[in-house]
Design a protein around this ligand. Structure first.
Ligand SMILES: Cc1cc2nc3c(=O)[nH]c(=O)nc-3n(C[C@H](O)[C@H](O)[C@H](O)COP(=O)(O)O)c2cc1C
Length: 429
């Protein structure tokens, strides 16, 4: 067994404040020294990561329970959460053969912006609690891959952090409408100043859906230092070391930007009162005017609402039930997609999220008329598992599955894909 000093020297060498470098060697040293801090591995850790499920298993082992549960859960009975993924399965492809499959491309555009594949990173709150500086790492991975990154209002890293960490590469900013309209105006102005190229306005969170696990775990950011939380965090040394190396532990877009909200205690009071239950389409028009750029409306699951979104002047709608986190019992996104495409698809871009765990899911959504898709949990699992490299891995996995499946369906360009690649009778209409 090594001396106690060894690990502290390893920490000095491998762990610079502001970065998240924890090497396999320093982790092994920690395991040798403090075996009781590590969770006994009940499930085999995937040696080779080949799919999103492998990343999920790794994330479950590496992220403290309250934050892992925060990501991997839906509201109430989780029926919509489950349906989002299971409703993709019955949709079947038509396999074609003896078609030249060379020279393939998944490149496309979302709201007129070129993308390496039509898969954006969805906005997710508290991403910097899945992994230290999580939003920065995911934004960097998205930039390198050539897909849009969307920053949540409820992020840990701030709008300005993302701009600085990506050399002002354009990203998208997701806005929640709060009662404090001055704050909203300032947020919009900050997003403009940070070179954001689209505003994603979320409409399905006027009131909060209930996730049982979050209440039971006492979810908070940073986590409250209760005995069960401390014990659980002690089993996640990689996560703890990362968190020690960053100063970003609170809601970066809010703390210090709102009068009277200087610490986390006052923040939780503020947010509980802030989400605006009176939000209306008139507010959407006001926001569009103030933003004066590309506007994407997120949280549409009904064709009537999609028509109202068109009337509000939006550039795109995201067919989304918030990943099954809001109305339990709402329709899955993939089932809702065809009726929304039929209602507004000729006037506005229709995007989709909720339930995407593979490139095949992306291909099915594109075939059913979506111009773009978003990944929430698939990204979070990658991040929790391996930081920036894990987000890149998630994007690579999805890209490969998308590219190969497209080829099997007899297409070399994603832009030519339509409903004809699907087996009649197997998809929702
Ligand atoms: C942990 C978590 C946090 C989320 N936070 C936000 C948020 O702050 N703003 C928002 O508009 N949507 C939020 N969402 C919803 C995602 O943007 C997206 O709609 C959803 O994750 C898509 O489903 P998927 O996770 O199955 O891909 C969140 C989702 C998760 C899983």
């Amino acid at each position: 067994m090594r001396s106690g000093e060894g690990i502290f020297q390893a920490r000095k060498q491998h762990f610079k404040p502001g970065t998240n470098v924890v090497t396999a060697q320093s982790l092994q040293q920690a395991r040798d020294l403090f075996p009781f801090l590590f969770t006994p591995e009940t499930r085999p850790v995937p040696q080779v990561i080949t799919n999103i499920e492998d990343l999920r298993i790794l994330a479950e082992q590496r992220v403290p329970r309250m934050f892992y549960d925060y990501a991997d859960s839906g509201s109430w009975t989780e029926s919509t959460y489950r349906a989002n993924t299971t409703d993709f399965a019955p949709i079947k492809f038509r396999q074609r053969v003896a078609v030249n499959m060379e020279g393939r491309s998944t490149a496309s555009e979302m709201i007129g912006q070129p993308v390496a594949m039509p898969v954006a990173i969805a906005p997710t709150g508290l991403t910097g609690m899945q992994h230290a500086d999580g939003e920065i790492l995911a934004a960097r991975a998205a930039k390198k891959f050539g897909v849009p990154f969307t920053l949540s209002t409820m992020s840990i890293c701030s709008i300005e952090d993302i701009a600085a960490a990506t050399d002002r590469h354009p990203f998208w900013f997701q806005l929640y409408v709060m009662r404090d309209r001055d704050f909203i105006e300032r947020l919009i102005d900050r997003a403009k100043a940070a070179n954001c190229s689209a505003l994603v306005l979320t409409l399905d969170l006027q009131v909060l859906g209930q996730r049982h696990k979050d209440l039971k775990n006492g979810l908070s950011a940073p986590p409250k230092l209760t005995v069960p939380n401390i014990l659980n965090m002690m089993t996640k040394p990689r996560w703890c070391l990362g968190m020690l190396g960053t100063k970003r532990h609170g809601f970066g877009n809010i703390v210090g930007h709102v009068k009277g909200v200087e610490n986390m205690g006052s923040l939780s009071e503020w947010t509980a009162k802030q989400f605006d239950p009176r939000l209306s389409w008139a507010d959407v028009e006001w926001i569009k005017k103030r933003w004066a750029g590309k506007l994407i409306i997120k949280g549409i699951i009904d064709a009537e609402d999609a028509k109202l979104a068109v009337a509000s002047g939006a550039d795109a709608v995201i067919v989304s039930n918030h990943g099954g986190r809001q109305l339990d019992g709402a329709e899955s996104s993939i089932r809702a997609l065809p009726s929304i495409v039929a209602a507004v698809g000729s006037q506005i871009e229709v995007h989709l999220d909720s339930g995407i765990r593979s490139g095949q899911d992306v291909l099915k959504a594109i075939a059913l008329g979506a111009k773009g898709t978003y990944i929430g949990r698939a990204m979070l699992y990658g991040l929790g598992a391996m930081g920036e490299a894990g987000v890149t891995k998630a994007l690579e996995i999805i890209h490969k599955e998308l590219d190969i499946s497209m080829a099997f369906c007899g297409h070399t360009q994603l832009l030519t894909v339509d409903k004809s690649i699907l087996l009649p009778g197997s998809f929702p209409v």
